[in-house]
Design a protein around this ligand. Structure first.
Ligand SMILES: *Cc1c(COP(=O)(O)O)cnc(C)c1O
Length: 434
C-alpha cells in the first residue's frame, strides 16, 4: 500500500516511511492510495472469526509485505490482548468498552500497534528516533506505556499544565527511562502548535529524527478500525439492524477510522460525532464552514480540540462531497452541565457508570435516537471512569476505587519539566536535554 500526502499528492510513500515520518511535507497527513475492501463473506461471517484473525484481516492490506505475516499477526495479537466487550446499557444503547487496556483508554490500541511497527522498522537501522507528541490527556499515557523501554526510541510528551487528571498525569510522568514529560503552561492547542513547529524546524530535523505518535500517524490511526469490527462481531449476535455508531470526538482520528472501516464494507447505519463545547465539526455540519476555534476547557478534556487534525481525512473519504458526508455523519455538541446530568441519570437508571467522554456520546446518541425512532446504537467507551474522578464524583457522589494496576502507579513520583508555551524553550530541550 502506498500513502499520499493530503497537502501534496505528488509525495507518495510506503507504510514504513509513513510510520517513521509521521507526517509529510507542509505538515500534510498521509492517506492510503486506495480503500481496500473486506470480502463480503468475511463481513457476513464476522462472528465466526477469532478476534486476532479479524485484526489481521483488518490490517494486512495496509502493511502488505513490509512486515512479514507472522510478525504482523503477532503485532495485532499484542495490540488487542485485553478484552473489548460490548455491554448493553439498555434496549437501545450499548457501550463498546475500550478501556480495559494498560492505560485504561482506547488509545492503547493505536499506541501498541504503532510502537511495535516502529520498533520492527528500526531494529536493523542504526537510527535513534524521538517520538514527539502533544496530549490533551490520554494520548500521553498510552504512548508512554506503548513505547516504554523500547530500544532506539525516546519519547517526549507535551501536556497542558492543570488540564489533565491526576491519573492521566501519573501515567505520563511516572515512567521516566526513555520517556520525558513536559508540563506546558498553556492549552492542548498550544502543545500541538509547538509540536508541529518542531516538525518543521530545520535545525531540529538536521540533528534529530523526529516522528509523531498522534493519530495523524497512519500506524496509530489505522489499527483503530479493528475494534469497530470487533463491535460488529458482538452486535451481530444480539441485534438485527445495523447500529448507529456514536464516537466521542476530539481530534477525529477515532471516528475517521470507523468511517474508513465502513467504506471497506463494515455495516453501520450512521455515524455520530459527539463533541463537547469544542464544536468545530458540529458547526461545519450546520454551515458547511470549517473554522478552527480557540479551545475551551471542559470536563471531557481529551476532546478539547479546536482544530481537529484528522477531519481532512474524513473530507478525503467523502471526496469533499458535503451532502454525502452530511447524510452519513451527524454532529452534536454537549455542554458540561448535560454531561454531568447524563452520568447521574445513566447511573441511577441503569446502574452503568459513564465518564465525561462517554457521557457526551451517550447524550448525543440519545438525542439522535429520539429524533430517529426505531434505531439502536453503540457508544464508544473511550476511557475508564477512574481517569476522570472529579466529574464522576460531582455527578453521583461516590468515590471510585483505583483498580489494582493503578494503585502502584499512583504511589510513584511525578517527574516532569515545566515549560512556557514557547518554541525556543522546546527547541533547547530537544537539542540539548533529551
Ligand atoms: C483521545 C480521546 C478522545 C478523542 O479521540 P479522537 O480520536 O481524538 O477524536 C475521546 N475520548 C477519550 C477518553 C480520549 O482519550
Amino acid at each position: 500500500m502506498k500513502y499520499y500526502n493530503l497537502k501534496d499528492k505528488t509525495e507518495v510513500v510506503d507504510f514504513k516511511t509513513a510510520t517513521i515520518k509521521g507526517q509529510g511535507k507542509e505538515k500534510g497527513l498521509f492517506f492510503p492510495e486506495f480503500i481496500p475492501q473486506f470480502d463480503e463473506d468475511f463481513i457476513e461471517n464476522l462472528h465466526q472469526y477469532p478476534d486476532e484473525e479479524i485484526a489481521f484481516q483488518c490490517m494486512k492490506d495496509f502493511v502488505e509485505d513490509e512486515i512479514p505475516s507472522d510478525i504482523l499477526k503477532q503485532i495485532v495479537s499484542e495490540t488487542i490482548n485485553f478484552e473489548i466487550p460490548l455491554k448493553k446499557i439498555h434496549e437501545k444503547i450499548y457501550s463498546l468498552e475500550l478501556f480495559h487496556g494498560p492505560t485504561l483508554a482506547f488509545k492503547d490500541v493505536g499506541a501498541r500497534f504503532m510502537s511495535r511497527c516502529l520498533s520492527y522498522f528500526l531494529k536493523d537501522e542504526d537510527k535513534k528516533v524521538t517520538v514527539l507528541v502533544a496530549t490533551s490527556g490520554d494520548t500521553g499515557g498510552a504512548v508512554a506505556n506503548g513505547f516504554y523501554k523500547t530500544e532506539n526510541i525516546n519519547v517526549v510528551i507535551l501536556y497542558p499544565k492543570n488540564r489533565v487528571s491526576e491519573v492521566q498525569e501519573k501515567q505520563l510522568t511516572a515512567l521516566s527511562e526513555n520517556i520525558s514529560a513536559l508540563e506546558v503552561d498553556g492549552s492542548f492547542d498550544d502543545c500541538q502548535r509547538l509540536v508541529k513547529q518542531a516538525f518543521s524546524d530545520e535545525e531540529i530535523n538536521s540533528k534529530l529524527f523526529l516522528t509523531s505518535a498522534n493519530s495523524i500517524n497512519v500506524a496509530r490511526w489505522l489499527p483503530q478500525q479493528i475494534y469497530y469490527l470487533l463491535a460488529l462481531k458482538q452486535w451481530k449476535k444480539l441485534e438485527k439492524e445495523n447500529p448507529v455508531i456514536c464516537v466521542p470526538s476530539g481530534n477525529f482520528g477515532n471516528i475517521c477510522a470507523g468511517i474508513l472501516a465502513h467504506f471497506r464494507r463494515l455495516p453501520a447505519e450512521h455515524f455520530i460525532a459527539a463533541c463537547n463545547k469544542n464544536d468545530v465539526v458540529p458547526q461545519y455540519l450546520k454551515t458547511q464552514k470549517l473554522e478552527s476555534k480557540e479551545t475551551v476547557a471542559t470536563l471531557s478534556n481529551a476532546m478539547d480540540v479546536g482544530n481537529p487534525s484528522n477531519f481532512v481525512r474524513i473530507l478525503e473519504l467523502f471526496k469533499n462531497q458535503f451532502e454525502d458526508l452530511k447524510s452519513k455523519i451527524s454532529g452534536y455538541s454537549i455542554n458540561d452541565e448535560k454531561t454531568i446530568q447524563t452520568i447521574k441519570e445513566v447511573y441511577e437508571k441503569y446502574n452503568y457508570l459513564l465518564e465525561p467522554h462517554s457521557a457526551v456520546a451517550y447524550n448525543a446518541l440519545q438525542q439522535y435516537l429520539s429524533e430517529n425512532p426505531g434505531k439502536k446504537g453503540i457508544i464508544l467507551g473511550t476511557a475508564h471512569p477512574v481517569k476522570f474522578p472529579d466529574a464522576v464524583e460531582k455527578a453521583i457522589h461516590i468515590t471510585i476505587d483505583f483498580p489494582e494496576s493503578l494503585e502502584n502507579l499512583m504511589k510513584k513520583e511525578k517527574k516532569s519539566t515545566e515549560k512556557q508555551a514557547d518554541f525556543a524553550e522546546l527547541k533547547r530541550f530537544l537539542l540539548y536535554k533529551n
